[in-house]
Design a protein around this ligand. Structure first.
Ligand code: 4AD
Ligand code: MG
Length: 433
């Protein structure tokens, strides 16, 4: 007899198998017990019929408590009534680990309670489905950038630089010096691009943002590709190709998870159709003003969540908003060739209210301009000499972007809050568990 995973049940119909499982829920009568089981690969039902098993096994089935771990032995059958399509008719149950008073019961619980029990909550069905999709997006990221000729470059997490501004830095001690937790791998990715052409970083980033929104994490994972000899226009093409690839990979490989989440696959299919619309920041301001919904919106301001939601929903697709005002963007962005007030950049805004999932730009190449920008941002030029070297020794036009993994997971899974997109979210008021 073979020990299998639930997900492989389809290959063992009418065979006798053994599976290591946990009990998620159960229902029983005098003659039959239905055990809802999970093993980390999928969820399905075990059926225990009193007349077909020993008294001892039926007693165990009736008494087993939520989240008890056990080995079940039985025969796999098709089960047309469940989405999963298979069930196991159980002959034997061997308890492995008891579970008393599991705190997360099938009744409704508040968010704080569930967050305090995140280490257990991860076992639930929706969380399982979201983590499957997150995993697929990570896998697809490596596949995409490998196939496009990128190499992965690991940027440091302890740094002395502040690419995205100084207000959101996590400070720490580095022996007798100051250091910060990385808020972006970009500057190192630029060094990588000058060394290896096309690179991407993929690591945790940290922002001490005092914002308590459905879109902000304190610690999040970012994918940051950087390409030498590349202007912004070509970078936008890679960005949309990458996002469409992620959506397609989830459609192709996560059907079970999407069904658990009740995510509309037809809507997702629309997001695989390229190109995505492109509008300028100026046009975006005009659209917002003409909508009548944003009477106070003014040129020069950054968009909030309602503005981003309006813009992406206007197109029902992810939309690139290009060339934002220089004053609201970081120091490294390339100035516009004919205008002083904007930079060559774009944010990709996701529809359905999810907002910015990518920020990117062409990079400034003139060392004198960059030095002035670094000073103006209140940074110490000495900390950026290495970065300026990239412009002194064979500088080339180059562009890059950063995709926030959890923003993209939240959007593709259709979840309402970003805390669900990462196993152990770090939020303004949460570092437990
Ligand atoms: O727009 P951002 O700040 O851009 C950068 O960090 C650039 N260095 C990227 C680059 O050009 N290499 O962040 C990029 C993305 C955002 O579009 C968003 O998806 C995500 O990172 N992001 C966050 N995700 C979760 N919580 C936060 N607090 C986030 N801040 C940014
Ligand atoms: Mg941004």
């Amino acid at each position: 007899m073979q020990t299998i995973s639930i997900i492989d049940a389809k290959n063992h119909v009418d065979e006798k198998v053994k599976i290591g499982v946990w009990l998620t829920n159960k229902r029983s009568s005098g003659k039959i017990a239905f055990l809802q089981l999970r093993d980390g690969s999928a969820f399905f039902q075990g059926v225990v019929v009193k007349n077909n098993v020993s008294e001892e096994v039926f007693k165990r089935a009736k008494e087993v408590k939520q989240e008890t771990s056990m080995y079940v032995t039985g025969t796999i059958h098709e089960d047309a009534r469940s989405h999963f399509g298979y069930e196991i008719e159980i002959e034997d149950i061997e308890i492995v680990g008891e579970s008393e008073n599991y705190p997360i019961t099938p009744k409704e619980h508040g968010t704080d309670f569930l967050m305090d029990h995140r280490h257990l909550w991860l076992r639930s069905k929706r969380q399982f489905a979201i983590m499957q999709i997150r995993n697929e997006m990570i896998r697809a990221t490596y596949e995409f950038f490998n196939q496009e000729g990128f190499i992965k470059l690991d940027s440091p997490i302890l740094t002395g630089s502040a690419p995205e501004g100084t207000t959101e830095l996590f400070h720490t001690e580095y022996f007798d010096r100051d250091a910060y937790l990385s808020q972006s791998g970009q500057l190192y990715a630029e060094a990588g691009a000058m060394a290896y052409g096309k690179v991407f970083t993929f690591g945790p980033t940290f922002r001490a943002e005092k914002s308590k929104t459905r879109r902000h994490l304190i610690e999040f994972w970012m994918i940051e590709p950087e390409m030498a000899f590349m202007h912004q226009e070509e970078s936008l093409e890679i960005q949309e190709k990458y996002v469409a690839f992620l959506v397609q990979a989830v459609l192709d490989n996560c059907d079970y998870a999407l069904t658990i989440l009740d995510r509309d696959k037809e809507v997702l299919k629309e997001y695989t159709k390229l190109p995505y619309p492109r509008i300028s920041y100026d046009e975006a301001i005009k659209l917002l003003q003409e909508s009548g919904e944003f009477p106070d919106v003014k040129w020069g301001e950054d968009f909030g969540s309602p503005e981003e939601t309006y813009l992406a929903n206007h197109f029902s697709k992810p939309v690139f908003v290009m060339n934002y005002p220089k004053a609201i963007k970081p120091f490294y962005m390339k100035p516009h060739p004919t205008r002083d007030d904007v930079v060559v950049c774009a944010d990709l805004l996701a529809p359905e209210g999810y907002g910015e999932i990518i920020g990117g730009s062409e990079r400034a190449v003139d060392p004198a301009y960059l030095e002035a920008q670094i000073k103006q941002a209140g940074l110490d030029v000495a900390d950026y000499e290495w970065y300026l070297d990239l412009r002194r020794f064979g500088s080339v036009p180059h562009s890059g972007f950063g995709l926030g993994l959890e923003r993209a997971v939240t959007w593709i899974t259709g979840e309402s809050h970003i805390r669900e997109a990462i196993p152990f979210p770090r939020l303004l008021n949460r570092i437990y568990p």
